[in-house]
Design a protein around this ligand. Sequence first.
Ligand code: ZN
Length: 61
Amino acid sequence: MADIIPFRKPTASEKASGKTLCKRGFHKWVIVKDKRFDSQQGRLVTSYCCERCGKLKTTAH
Ligand SMILES: [Zn+2]
């Protein structure tokens, strides 16, 4: 009788690995295309959003 190997479900640690990276400061930044002008500072900025945790950052040029 052959052993039935069930589909391997991702472990909790694997699911959390992305968030763990975020906690360590390794975010997965993607450029947010709108909001390219910071009216408060009066200069162009590029906005980034982390694909995993949604954190925002902006980089001034
Ligand atoms: Zn993140």
